[in-house]
Design a protein around this ligand. Structure first.
Ligand code: 5GP
Ligand code: MG
Length: 173
């Protein structure tokens, strides 16, 4: 098996997410959800899910750079763009979307920012790829694929059109 074969292609991972989310919506556990993507890879995935699930309300975008607990060590990123939540999140069900879940710090920061806008009824997490390495008690409600990576392996995601992903080792990246 080659490195790339270990990774489910992006379109298949998105289809898996779509099926899982539709099933939960049918069961009534998810009511009229708002889809919110985490800048940047999460917004690409969120956009695809927004189309696939026929959501009527606008897609939300979160830029959590300023909320990360390691912000001081990240430095100011030149591409920081503002968050954009057009709809009131109070009492709503939210599907928070990212491309890769790793330590959990990005999702923790995204939830902090969401709570600055209001108090959602439920926040569920959808990620394309859930890798090992969590440092916080956070896990995805739905993952396109779960995988264990070696210490020098990373998922390289490109997009948005088309969105592709491949495994790279730190020597190649
Ligand atoms: P965490 O905050 O959970 O450590 O990392 C998640 C964030 O960092 C996500 O927004 C994701 O875009 C990025 N990230 C972490 N690990 C990877 C990886 O292996 N590949 C890619 N493309 N992004 C990653
Ligand atoms: Mg990211």
């Amino acid at each position: 098996m080659t490195q790339t074969d270990r990774l489910l292609p992006v379109n298949e991972a998105i289809e898996r997410l779509e099926r899982q989310i539709r099933a939960e919506r049918r069961d009534g556990a998810l009511v009229d959800p708002l889809i919110v993507g985490i800048h940047t890879g999460g917004v690409w995935v969120a956009d695809a899910l927004h189309h696939a699930l026929d959501c009527q309300e606008p897609l939300g975008r979160l830029n959590i750079t300023f909320y990360r607990d390691d912000f001081n060590t990240l430095g100011l990123h030149p591409q920081v763009s503002p968050s954009d939540l057009a709809v009131d999140v109070d009492g709503r069900d939210i599907i928070l979307v990212d491309d890769v879940l790793f330590t959990g710090r990005t999702v923790r920061a995204a939830m902090n920012e969401l709570f600055d806008y209001g108090r959602p009824r439920r926040i569920a997490l959808a990620v394309l790829y859930q890798r090992d390495g969590r440092e916080l008690p956070i896990c995805a409600d739905w993952a396109g694929q779960e995988l264990n990576l070696g210490p020098d392996e990373q998922i390289h995601v490109d997009g948005p059109d088309p969105m592709t992903a491949r495994l790279v080792t730190s020597k190649e990246s």
